[in-house]
Design a protein around this ligand. Structure first.
Ligand code: SF4
Length: 326
């Protein structure tokens, strides 16, 4: 393995859904079309539907080429972002680069799905092996409360984009719904979701809940039992409750050595517990992880936050020093 610090790649991480997954960050923090109350990246700073080359294609493919030529192949390359990746106008070109040069690598795309009403975005997504859009609500009121969309987004058009895409796409389409207590878990919303899911017909429905700090401190996750009740009401043949931790799929070939920079890169994208860090870095030596965390805390790069009795480690965003005025 050739060590190098990448700017747009992260991991590989041992993802609960994808196995060993190399992440590609195509949207800078926090360019997004939604401002979800539970977002683990933080509040959206650029709320937009404008598609632009937010992260330069040439730089991304240079890093991908370097990584894939010098490291074991991951199970998946996952296109994601610290915002919405399909807002990057070159994301389709990144998929084509991978499909042309590394046809054995599978590609997953994590998206909030709001751009799927755009036929160009749908076309660009077609070569991906797995697309994982999210949909948290069907009624306008709940959608606006939980996802706080950019002003031009209309929930009916958003859903119609998901239905269109599902009809055109031949790969695996996994629809993720994140539930928050008091937001989208009441029966009437669940029944609306059930009816819309039958129209979207995804490969799988994945039920999730908050498992790390969001933007609002008083957000409450659903318990596993409550998610089971939700699953019964939605009553879709292929439905999973995404457990907080699944058995780590070990891959000795892709084992990576944990380092300060690796932990920091992970925490930049989301707050994590000690177990999260162990899971995604495939590092079973908790003492080693603790030592790294202590150093990062002492350096003022990371802080501890306790939420609902669970201890998370969070990246501290450094404020830029003001230039002295002449
Ligand atoms: S769509 Fe994703 S990145 Fe955007 S605000 Fe919601 S959770 Fe955060």
């Amino acid at each position: 393995m050739l060590k190098r610090n990448y700017k747009y790649l992260f991991g590989p991480v041992n993802s609960r859904r994808l196995g060993v997954s190399l992440g590609v960050d195509l949207a800078p923090r926090k360019v997004c079309s939604l401002d979800c109350v539970y977002c683990e990246v933080g509040a959206t700073t650029v709320l937009t539907m404008e598609r632009k080359e937010y992260v330069k294609y040439d730089k991304v493919v240079e890093e991908l080429h370097h990584y894939l030529e010098n490291n074991p192949m991951p199970d998946f390359v996952t296109i994601t972002g610290s915002g919405e990746p399909t807002l990057n106008s070159r994301f389709g070109d990144v998929i084509l680069f991978l499909k042309t040069n590394y046809p054995l690598v599978k590609i997953a795309v994590l998206t909030n799905g709001t751009t799927l009403n755009n036929p160009e975005v749908r076309r660009e997504l077609l070569p991906a092996d797995m697309v994982m859009p999210s949909l948290d609500a069907v009624s306008k009121e709940v959608f606006e409360k939980i996802d706080k969309p950019e002003s031009s987004i209309n929930i009916d058009e958003y859903i119609s984009g998901l239905i269109h895409f599902s009809q055109e796409y031949k790969g695996e389409l996994n629809l993720e719904i994140l539930f928050l207590k008091g937001y989208n878990d009441h029966e009437s919303e669940l029944k609306l979701l059930r009816d819309i899911i039958l129209k979207i017909k995804p490969t799988r429905v994945q039920l999730n809940t908050l498992d790390r700090p969001g933007v609002l401190a008083d957000l409450k996750p659903l318990t596993y039992n409550e998610l089971e009740v939700v699953a019964k009401i939605i009553d879709y043949p292929n439905i999973d409750i995404i457990a907080r931790r699944s058995e780590a799929k070990q891959s000795s070939e892709s084992k990576v050595t944990i380092s300060e920079s690796m932990v920091l890169e992970l925490l930049k994208r989301r707050p994590c517990t000690l177990f999260d860090i162990a899971e995604v870095t495939i590092e079973s030596d908790f003492e080693k992880i603790n030592e790294i965390l202590e150093v990062l805390i002492q350096k003022g790069r990371v802080e501890e936050v306790v939420e609902n009795g669970v201890r998370f480690y969070k990246f501290i965003i450094q404020q830029k020093k003001k230039e002295p005025k002449n």
